[in-house]
Design a protein around this ligand. Structure first.
Ligand code: MG
Length: 394
């Protein structure tokens, strides 16, 4: 699916008046205009191939300042209308010539949207006409009368707070917007309402509390404080250790590389002691048990298995949490075989299994000076450290 985005930035932001000067979408938040933060967030997802902003006709100079140096696929801005709904329609009309398959419609004032949420919306769009992020209402709801007193308590069952980006099939939402405008309806406050009006099915996906809309002066103060706070990346480390004994054979597997040798390593799988240590290091970094727990030696299924399977599974578990592998450092302890001639092949092999650059993989080797079981050439030991960078700050 080719996905475009319309960013609605034509509002006057009356509730935020008093924050900086001018409309809120151009106010600098920790030094960066709000609209620019939102565009950067959308662009960093890597899934949006066209960005169209609808702006107020008076805001061109502010807009140009906000997007200066932006390298995403940004089209020239269009002038929005008197209402949010009219501004979205203007953005959609401007995109029509590009014929995207899908479109995400997003508020300029939600700068904290993240790639995972964008992916969730696009993914749901493959099964529904539309999809929007939403959060269940947690507070008790009251209706109040003209005197400021409660007239009733409203059940919150089945009530959700709609966020953006709201995703739709492009042709369908453009037709729905045109139909609403043609019918003289101009006051719908989100695009799901425009879609509902013509009977499109719109699914809810899990919204995120942090994907909030900056509306009031207080919202800006809190966001500024958060963005200015020193921010530590959430880097985890894990360690792994493994030993396999020598037995009769003619080769060993180390780091996914087959090395001719006068013995082999004994084990249930291919006994690649190096990959086992790295697998445990990755699992340790995300607190997800160990290799024996996920691939029990008692399970005949893993007899003779290539240890690549174990390592790739650990990498998949890291990525499922949104984590990225920072680096791997492996040390092999043995007298024989010589590791040096195979070091680069092992680095390349491990990097390939983990889908990371070779520069993030270190392979070292040492003897133990003839001491202990490795010194007596009874087996090989391996130890590994891994770092994993998790999404968001610590
Ligand atoms: Mg092992």
């Amino acid at each position: 699916m080719r996905i475009a985005a319309v960013v609605v930035a034509a509002g006057r932001g009356v509730r935020a008046r008093g924050v900086g000067s001018g409309p809120k979408q151009y106010v600098a938040l920790a030094g960066v205009p709000l609209l620019r933060r939102t565009l950067d967030a959308l662009n960093s997802a890597g899934t949006i191939s066209l960005l169209q902003v609808a702006i107020h006709a008076n805001d061109s100079p502010d807009y140009e300042r906000a997007v200066a140096g932006f390298t995403g696929p940004l089209l020239a801005p269009v002038s929005g209308g008197a209402t949010r709904q009219a501004s979205v329609l203007a953005g959609l009309e401007a995109l029509a010539a590009h014929r995207p398959d899908g479109v995400l419609i997003h508020d300029a004032a939600r700068p904290f949207v993240d790639s995972l949420l964008i992916t969730d919306v696009i993914e749901a769009l493959s099964r529904h006409d539309g999809a929007i992020p939403a959060l269940a209402v947690a507070d008790t709801l009251k209706r109040c009368d003209a005197s400021g007193c409660i007239s009733e308590t409203v059940s919150r069952t089945g009530l959700w707070r709609a966020q953006t980006p709201q995703g739709f099939r492009f042709d369908q939402i453009l037709a729905a917007h045109r139909a609403a405008a043609a019918a003289g309806q101009h006051d719908l406050t989100d695009d799901a309402a425009v879609a509902e009006r013509v009977g499109l099915s719109v699914a809810l996906v899990a919204g995120r509390e942090h994907n909030r809309k900056l509306t009031t002066v207080e919202d800006f103060i809190v966001a500024e404080r958060e963005l200015s706070a020193p921010c530590l990346p959430d880097v985890r480390t894990g360690t792994g250790f493994d030993v396999h004994r020598f037995t009769e054979g003619d080769h060993v597997w180390l780091g996914g590389v087959r090395i001719a040798h006068s013995q082999r390593l004994e084990g249930h799988s291919d006994a690649d002691v190096a990959l086992h240590a790295i697998t445990d290091a990755l699992l340790g970094a995300i607190g997800d048990g160990d290799i024996g727990q996920h691939f029990p030696p008692s399970d005949a299924k893993w007899r003779g298995a290539a240890s690549r399977i174990f390592l790739e599974d650990a990498a998949r578990r890291v990525r499922a949490l949104g984590g990225r592998i920072g680096n791997i450092d492996l040390t092999i302890l043995c007298e024989v075989p010589k590791i040096g001639p195979h070091r680069e092949a092992m680095r390349a092999s491990i990097a390939d299994m983990l889908a990371i650059e070779v520069g993030r993989v270190g392979v070292k080797a040492t003897t133990t000076e003839g001491l202990g079981f490795t010194g007596r050439r009874e087996g090989i030991a391996a130890m590994a450290a891994a770092t994993v960078v998790m999404p968001g700050p610590l």
